[in-house]
Design a protein. Structure first.
Length: 229
């Protein structure tokens, strides 16, 4: 049976000579893996560009819940990015967020509020002109609302870390900055020093790891820190 759904591409891996397996966070079915045949052949006319990380898609898909690999009947770009692929900072943030999201969102069930938040967030990132360096912090901490474990207070945040053996060095001043990130608009600039930004990112990632077992080492983290330094 065919279904229409929007999707956010996380990543893909090569499969056989001309195919790929692409991981997509979909509005209707959560995270799904799709096999795309022949997309790497010389006759595919650049169709592989549809499956670059964070591409926003409109899709018509076949869906069989018992299958690990699904198939796409039709796919088209829902919006072409004008800056993310060409801005070094935005593209580095996009690579980092793609890795975190692909390791965090593995549920094969719909989470429409989270999907809507992420879908609109990447549109905002593409048009952002100020405060880009804090975007990843805002997105990751705001995501905890949609996953059901947003921190309720300074002590609550620290308790969650310490219960799992993480040493928390988050001060009350740092938590005030975290509250601004949590409650402020994604397109609103927040003043942070590079030292604060690094510390908050480390704490947010630890907090996510407390609640998400599949969130392992983030290989792109060091690259992001270097670009932001």
């Amino acid at each position: 049976m065919l279904h229409h759904t929007r999707g956010i591409v996380f990543n893909y891996i090569k499969y056989k000579e001309t195919s790929i397996i692409v991981k997509v966070f979909t509005e209707e079915f959560g995270t799904q893996s799709y096999i795309i045949n022949g997309v790497r052949s010389s006759r595919s006319k650049g169709k592989i560009a549809l499956y670059q990380p964070l591409t926003l898609l409109d899709m018509v898909v076949y869906h069989k819940p018992e299958k690990d690999l699904q198939r796409i009947s039709e796919a088209k770009n829902a919006m072409s990015y004008s800056s993310i692929p060409f801005d070094p900072l935005k593209s580095t943030i996009a690579i980092f967020l793609t890795e975190v999201l692909s390791k965090s969102l593995r549920e094969e069930t719909s989470n429409r509020p989270l999907f809507g938040f992420l879908y609109n967030a990447f549109k905002i990132l593409d048009h952002l002109t100020d405060g880009t360096q804090n975007f990843h912090l805002q997105l990751l901490i705001k995501m905890t609302y949609y996953l059901g474990f947003a921190p309720q207070s300074y002590s609550n945040f620290n308790e969650h870390l310490e219960e799992k053996g993480f040493t928390s060095a988050l001060t009350k001043e740092d938590y005030l900055a975290l509250e601004l990130l949590l409650n402020g608009s994604l397109d609103k600039s927040i003043s942070l020093t590079n030292h604060q930004r690094r510390g908050l990112l480390d704490h947010i990632l630890r907090y996510l790891k407390v609640h998400i077992d599949t969130l392992t080492e983030i290989k792109s983290l060091d690259i992001l820190k270097e670009v932001l330094s």
